[in-house]
Write a protein that binds this ligand. Structure first.
Ligand SMILES: Cc1cc2nc3c(=O)[nH]c(=O)nc-3n(C[C@H](O)[C@H](O)[C@H](O)COP(=O)(O)OP(=O)(O)OC[C@H]3O[C@@H](n4cnc5c(N)ncnc54)[C@H](O)[C@@H]3O)c2cc1C
Length: 433
């Protein structure tokens, strides 16, 4: 039976409001709603997924340590199972990156992921608020009391017990008065990238090209100006002879509206130049043409909240154990420099996995709010590891459950039983490292 989705009233109280429907936000909404909360999820596009769909990233990276020990499961695995039902996810596979590191991934279809996230949101009874953006946030003392939203039906007010900001740019918490971490001297925001779909490709030919030859091609493409990044990195679409290419580079602050507009335009030009290079120079690609752009440029990094704990790269590489760990990961520190063609990549030990503490989801000075996804409280370097979608989904699941516990105590996120939360997450199949 199709679940009944409640419409949004002009003014509505909910246990949990999730602002932003990327993978972190959708998992948070599903998790909170399955725990019995009334949930509304706000998203500016007509579909969920954020970078995973609008950005067309097309591969879920890093489910395992280099030795093959699983570090992410739970709702993230459910997403992949559901994608397979639609024929929208490839096999779990291991590949060698342009940096020479071992990486594991599940390639998927961004279009079919939209169907999966729709089903999960509707199925859990959360209220989807698509085509909705934010006007303002009211905070009274340390409590977020109201989101003022712009919908297709005009202005709506949402009054949550708990707010989860999953917008990546952390716009709701900014308006609520949260504080943010600054870049250190010498650091720059990671660049954005316009993903593009290219095909058909003869994968028997392309996959047979040796690493040295691919590197040489990428070097030549970058030196000639055809490739903005010295790489030919792509993820195969599971249902066609096409692949999504991740080889653009746009050094911008995506919260600057002019820079973001120009990046969309320049990103499409970069994709066009790269597609011509692929067809002309890369084995197996001669018949291929540029088929689609991402709906928007993929954004790796903008704002990072200052939370109760600031997760550091040192804590990741030393596999620091946290009593309040709510998720785990093994993706290496992967910084795309704003300028130049290469990568700053720091791998972990063969069986190393790190943990993410609940305190990195709790913005300082706010008592009923959580942040998930690429805006959590972490240094620029640490974010370069934990930003991937597997980890974002695991953190989203944990935050949704944490919010459901907080909703029972008036929204007070620091009053929840953290060890109880950890046990509940493990009971749901989540891995905590
Ligand atoms: C080019 C690129 C390549 C990447 N490659 C990989 C990879 O290979 N594998 C991997 O696992 N990860 C990869 N990542 C990282 C990963 O995609 C992101 O870090 C992750 O998707 C972040 O998810 P999120 O839910 O936190 O944020 P986002 O995906 O940014 O979602 C935020 C959501 O909030 C919505 N939103 C924002 N502001 C508003 C507003 N004002 N009103 C309403 N809605 C709003 C957005 O529309 C969006 O849906 C890549 C990222 C990029 C950009």
């Amino acid at each position: 039976m199709t679940p009944v989705v409640q419409p949004v009233l002009p003014q509505q109280e909910v246990d949990v409001a999730v602002f932003g429907g990327g993978v972190a936000g959708t998992m948070a909404a599903v998790s909170a709603a399955r725990a019995g909360c009334s949930v509304a999820i706000v998203e500016r596009y007509g579909f969920f997924g954020g970078n995973a769909t609008a950005g067309a990233v097309a591969q879920f990276n890093s489910w395992q340590t280099a030795n093959g020990r699983a570090v992410v499961a739970g709702l993230a695995s459910e997403v992949v199972d559901r994608l397979r039902h639609f024929g929208g996810a490839g096999a779990h596979e291991v590949f060698v990156m342009s940096t020479g590191h071992r990486m594991d991934r599940v390639p998927y279809s961004p279009e079919l992921l939209k169907l999966v996230l729709d089903d999960m949101i509707v199925g859990c009874g959360a209220t989807p608020m698509l085509h909705t953006s934010l006007i303002d946030v009211v905070a009274v003392g340390d409590r977020v009391t109201q989101l003022e939203l712009l919908t297709r039906g005009g202005r709506r007010l949402l009054r949550p017990r708990v707010l989860i900001d999953a917008s990546g740019d952390v716009e709701a918490l900014r308006l609520a008065g949260a504080s943010f971490l600054e870049l250190e001297p010498g650091e720059a925001l990671q660049p954005a990238t316009m993903m593009f779909r290219f095909g058909p490709i003869d994968f028997d030919v392309l996959d047979a090209v040796g690493r040295a030859e691919l590197e040489e091609l990428a070097f030549r493409g970058h030196a000639s100006g055809a490739l903005a990044r010295r790489a030919l990195h792509h993820a195969r679409d599971p249902q066609s002879q096409d692949a999504w290419f991740n080889i653009g580079r746009l050094p911008i602050d995506a919260t600057d509206p002019h820079a973001l507009s120009m990046a969309e335009i320049e990103g499409r030009k970069q994709a066009w130049r790269a597609a011509r290079f692929l067809a002309a120079e890369v084995p197996g690609c001669a018949a291929g043409r540029l088929r689609a752009f991402g709906t928007q440029v993929g954004v790796r990094e903008t704002r990072r909240v200052h939370g109760d704990h600031v997760l550091t790269a040192q804590e990741l590489v030393s596999c620091h154990r946290f009593e309040d760990a709510i998720a785990a990961g093994a993706y290496p520190i992967d910084i795309h420099p704003a300028q130049g063609g290469g990568l700053d990549f720091r791998g972990l030990g063969p069986d190393d996995a790190y943990q993410i503490p609940l305190r990195s989801l709790l913005p300082l000075n706010l008592g009923n709010a959580l942040v998930v996804g690429r805006g959590i409280s972490a240094t620029h370097e640490a974010l370069a590891a934990i930003r991937v979608m597997t980890i974002s989904m695991a953190v989203g699941q944990a935050a949704g459950l944490a919010a459901s516990l907080a909703a029972r105590v008036g929204g007070a996120v620091r009053r929840i039983d953290v060890q109880g939360l950890r046990l509940m997450l493990q009971g749901q199949g989540a891995l905590l490292g």
